[in-house]
Design a protein. Structure first.
Length: 317
């Protein structure tokens, strides 16, 4: 039976855990970057967990580059390809009559009165929307998003007949890398979100009822302080982003989000109160590895929620 894209992604995550004996969000960097060499798109979500820092080129892109420029860059010995997830959307225009037939019980007076809106979703995975063109014409669309993946490798593993690599976008200054500032990020998030923050000598925690993040004023290190604070701040986004998950899934969202935030701010140590609940780092890794395996493709949804929280905290969306 053919594996789904989601299954392939989860299997690769599990393989990496077994190979590195680290959870992907535990990897720390002085500066994190992972982007496409040709279009400069920065990788997010599950791709950020899969890809080490680097300038990535897909198989199709290097073939097109060779053809367009009459050159021949080939794979170096030892090249490692990574699956990169991407999404496509199929869109089809529908008549108003057809959409009314599918959704007879929606408030059509309201839909007719607004320029654009979401109408509903079908059991087949399509969602239906209305938009209004500049000429006043209403257009009804049915759309469906689906996942695909391509294989990509780092720039340094491609060379021409003279043994020369493609020039690094980072080393040449085309792409400039900068870490976000942790304190500034946290203060900006507090101002935007309205969440309260208090200092404590106890365990760091997010108090849902009081909408308050309590941070420990006696951390073992600066990294310990920020890792735990980002973890609890991640919990505070569940109210703001409408996230409703079971306890284990929510904890995983906060762990991944904290890892993303730490990497973005150049914090080179990952240690949260959640990870220290386990007897040692190995038991923490094994516990989460089993959860990921049990969750299966549901894990991609958890990573997606963590990515939303990360972008919300950083002010990227």
């Amino acid at each position: 039976m053919k594996k789904s894209v989601s299954q392939i992604m989860v299997e690769r995550i599990l393989e990496d855990i077994d190979k590195t004996n680290l959870l992907p969000w535990q990897r720390t960097y002085s500066v994190y970057y992972s982007f496409n060499y040709f279009n400069y798109n920065v990788y997010h979500g599950i791709n950020r967990l899969l890809l080490p820092p680097g300038e990535y080129i897909t198989v199709n892109q290097i073939q097109e580059y060779n053809k367009k420029n009459n050159v021949f860059y080939k794979y170096k010995k030892g090249i490692r390809f990574y699956p990169v997830l991407y999404h496509n959307v199929q869109r089809y225009e529908q008549s108003r009559e057809e959409v009314v037939r599918l959704f007879p019980d929606v408030d059509w007076d309201r839909i007719d009165s607004v320029p654009e809106c979401f109408i509903g979703a079908s059991s087949s995975g399509y969602y239906y929307t209305k938009t209004t063109l500049d000429n006043g014409k209403s257009v009804y669309m049915k759309s469906r998003s689906f996942s695909r993946y391509t294989m990509a490798a780092e720039r340094q593993y491609f060379e021409n007949e003279n043994g020369e690599e493609l020039p690094s976008r980072v080393a040449s200054g085309v792409v400039v890398l900068e870490n976000a500032k942790a304190d500034e990020t946290i203060l900006n998030y507090i101002k935007r979100s309205g969440v309260k923050m208090e200092k404590t000598i106890g365990y760091p925690v997010y108090d849902v009822g009081q909408d308050t993040v309590r941070c420990n004023i006696t951390p073992t290190s600066s990294a310990d302080y920020y890792c735990n604070l980002f973890h609890e701040i991640a919990h505070s986004t569940m109210k703001r982003l409408g996230r409703k998950l079971d306890y284990d899934s929510e904890e995983c969202v906060a762990e991944i989000c904290a890892g993303f935030c730490c990497a973005e701010c150049g914090i080179q140590e990952y240690s949260t109160a959640n990870s220290r609940q386990y007897e040692n780092s190995l038991s923490y890794i094994q516990a989460y590895r089993k959860r990921i395996e049990d969750w299966g493709t549901k894990f991609l949804g958890i990573v997606g929620e963590a990515d939303k929280a990360f972008k919300y905290i950083m002010g990227y969306e």
